[in-house]
Write a protein that binds this ligand. Sequence first.
Ligand code: UD1
Ligand code: CA
Length: 485
Amino acid sequence: MSANCPAAAVVVLAAGEGTRMKSSTPKVLHEICGRSLVGHVVAAARELDPRELVVVVGHGRELVTAHLAQADPAARTAVQEQQNGTGHAVRMGLEALGGGGRVDGTVIVVCGDTPLLTGETLRSLATTHTTDGNAVTVLTAEVPDATGYGRIVRDEATGAVTAIVEHKDASDVQRAIREINSGVFAFDGQLLADALGKVRTDNSQGEEYLTDVLGILREAGHRVGASVAGDHREIAGINNRVQLAEARRSLNDRLLTEAMLSGVTVVDPATTFIDVTVTFEPDALVHPGTQLLGATHLAAGAEVGPNSRLRDTRVGAGARVDNTVAEGAEVGEQATVGPYAYLRPGTQLGVKAKAGTYVEMKNAVIGDGTKVPHLTYVGDATIGEQSNIGAASVFVNYDGEAKHRTTIGSHCKTGSDNMFVAPVTVGDGAYTAAGSVITKDVPPGSLAVARGQQRNIEGWVARKRPGSAAAKAAQAAVAEPDSES
Ligand code: UD1
Ligand code: CA
């Protein structure tokens, strides 16, 4: 084991059922901040750069295995057919690594349901373990309420850890101990394999307890150590949806704190939610009620919200996005979006472009300086630079069978209430008249008019609606044309 490789192997325990989630989804696949619970644990473990990473799966194993193949293709899985305890689970994990379950070097064991655990804490555990020359080092924490946890029993004289006693097996005196087992350990791989062979099942749950390994190693004269976590919240395991929400809140706070310390203004952290994969540049600003998800990126001075949900969306420097839902979109520098816009995948707004109020776009490339200000659907289109699309226009992209594309050039001015029936092209510098249904290509520089001619039938109201309020108003207007305006 080299110095920059603090762990030879990491074993992630994720075979349990998670009954208290009351869910058809396996517990470790529930998500917070854009990643599954087990995904967070695996990502933290990866910071140790282990040679092997194995996830022990059991309940819902098909789903968990399929998920891991996506989230971390290099992770191995080991099946634990029956949940015979944490010791048994680690044994299954190590056996899947070959070599008769004997790993040379440090083995780290973590649970798949502790998403707040950081790589930093794991590194410091591994370092303590190696520096102190321990056979096993347990990560512990002082918690306000230790109910349900395994208690850390220490020698009164030396303070050395002597055993971990499960809550169900603990005496009243032991239950008063507030230092608990986080479920995270560093082991010497060889000694762990020996000790796991000696773990018995004579406890209240009839299981192979991983925690018994401590006593076994200690009695054999090996060093047993503990590393106390700085923040007990980091080791919190998720068992139900209340804890899931608490963990999400906690992680979200951590992410927002990092963002703010790196120069992002978050107006209201209490109503702002971000995924671990979101990135920012300094002086980005996020207004209340905003969710930033997936690979969303806010460049310097970009301003988003209030009340916006952006997924996998890049917002350029100085752009303004207000009351908007966007997914898979790219917003150019100093572009403006909303209020009340919906940008769907494949939308690309150029520099200083605009997608205004009640505007929906999909698969649309909008050139620099081009504006689509009001009440418009732009689907499957390319628009050049410095063009203006009139209010209430529809890019009619679907003929009931297939989608087609509309191309509009640069410096075009299209009238309000236009229908662009794709496939159709409007050339550079062309105009279209209000109310036009554009079905044929418009040459550059032309004005296209595609609507019925207006016909005024004079005196119709007086003849057909005699005595009505309309007829009286019309009669007065004709008598005194000046007062009309
Ligand atoms: C375990 C510890 C306890 C510690 C607590 C921290 C043991 C005996 N007890 O208790 O000291 O304070 O975690 O949260 O280790 N698992 C398997 N296969 C099994 C059993 C469990 O994969 O056969 C997995 C579970 O999915 C879970 C983890 O191991 O991710 C912990 O198991 P769980 O049953 O939750 O243990 P606790 O009773 O909470
Ligand atoms: Ca647990």
